[in-house]
Design a protein around this ligand. Sequence first.
Ligand code: NIG
Ligand code: FE
Length: 424
Amino acid sequence: MSVQVDLLLKEIGQLVTLAPPAGTPQGAPWRGPLSELATISDAALAVHEGRIVDLGPAAEVAARVQATREVSAGGGLVLPGFVDPHTHLPWLGSREAEFELRLAGKSYAEIAKAGGGIRSTTRSVRGASVDQLTEAALPRLDRMLSCGTTTAEAKSGYGLALAAERTQLEAIRALDSRHAIDLVATNLAAHEIPDEHRADRGRWLDLLCEELLPDLAGLAEFCDVFCEDHVFTVPESRRILSRAKELGYGLKIHADEIVPTGGAELAVELGAVSADHLACTGQAGIAALAASETVAVLLPGTSFYLRKSDHAPGRAMIDAGVAVALATDLNPGSSLTESLPMILTLACLQCGLTPAEALRAATLNAACAIGRGAEIGSLEVGKQADFVVWDAPNWRYLPTHFGVSLVRAVYKRGALVFNAEAAA
Ligand code: NIG
Ligand code: FE
C-alpha cells in the first residue's frame, strides 16, 4: 500500500541530505573533520503537509508513495535550504563612502571612532517607521532566497535607544510574516555606545540592563553583544549577557572580531548558543569552544570586506572538535552581501574548510547556531521540507563556482517560493 503525499520531487541528479552520523543527538551540531558527504543519485523526495515523509532512490520512493503533485528537479543537485545564523537585516541608508575610506587605508575601528560605522547607520534608522524598515529589508530577503537561504537570524542594533530598537524588532516580526524566509530575532541593543552616552557609558550599560533588555524580551529570542576593544569590554559584556540570561534570552556574542579579547571564552562560560566572528580567537578560545555546546559562527565575508589578514581559524577549530557554522553577517558596513554561496567559497579559501565542512556549516550547524537543529538544516524524515534545487552537477561544485547564484528553485515547507526561470 502506498502512502498519499502532497508533493514528489523527482529526477534529482544528486540528493545530499546533510544528515549527521547516526548517534548524533537530535538538534545537536555535527563536529569533526569532514571531506565526504553521503549522496543519493537518481533520487526523489516526498513531502506531506510541509514535512519530509520519504526520500531515497527514485524507484524505491515511487513504489512507496502516491503523490497529488509531481515536480521534476531536472537532474539538478538538491540540498537542504541554507540557514544564515547572523545578519543585521533591518537598516536604512548606505555607507559606500566607508568602502572608499578603507580602500584609502582607514580601518573599520578608525572609521567607527570617527563617528562612522554603526553610529552612522543609527542616524538613518532613528525616526524610521516599522514600514520603512520593512520595505527596505524585503529586497534583501528576496536576494537571500535567490541565493538559497530559507531561514535566517536577524538582529536589531542600529536604534541604540528603546523606541528605535523596538521598531527594528517589530520590523523583523513583520518581515517574518511577510516573507517566505523564516526569521529568528535577536536583540542587539548592545551593539555600540550611542552618541548621547559616549561621555557616560555606565549610564548606557544601566539602561541596557534595566530597560532595553527587559522591555524588549518579548520581541527577541536571543540577545547579542558586540564584545570588542572599542565597544564593550569582556566584563561589560558579561554583565549584559548575564542579565539577558536572567530574562530568558538565549545568548550570542560578537567576539574576537578585530582583536582577541577573550570573548569566545566568555561565550562558553555563559553557555551561549553561539560565538560569532572569532577571526582573532587563539588556542585557549578554541579549546574552550571545543569542550562546549557553543557553536562557532564564522563570518569570512567580514574579514574579506574589511581587508583583514586575520581569518577565523576554521581548520584548527574543526580539527579540535569545535562545532563550526557559517553566516553572511549581512550589514551595510562590514559585510554587504546576502550570498551564502559566496561565504562558502571564502570559508574554504580563507578559513581552511573543506567544501563538505562548508556545506555542513551553512545547513545543519547553522540551524544549531539559532536553536533550530531539530527542525531544519538537513533533509530527514520528519523535518521541515525546506530545500533548494541547484544548477550544479554535484555538491563539490558549489564553493568552486563563486560570485553568482546557481539556484534553480527554492522550496519552503514543500511550497515553491523561488524559481530562477520565472525571476529571469
Ligand atoms: O558584525 N561587528 C559588529 N557589527 C557588525 C557591523 C555592523 C556595521 O558596521 O554596521 C558586524 O561586523
Ligand atoms: Fe555582525
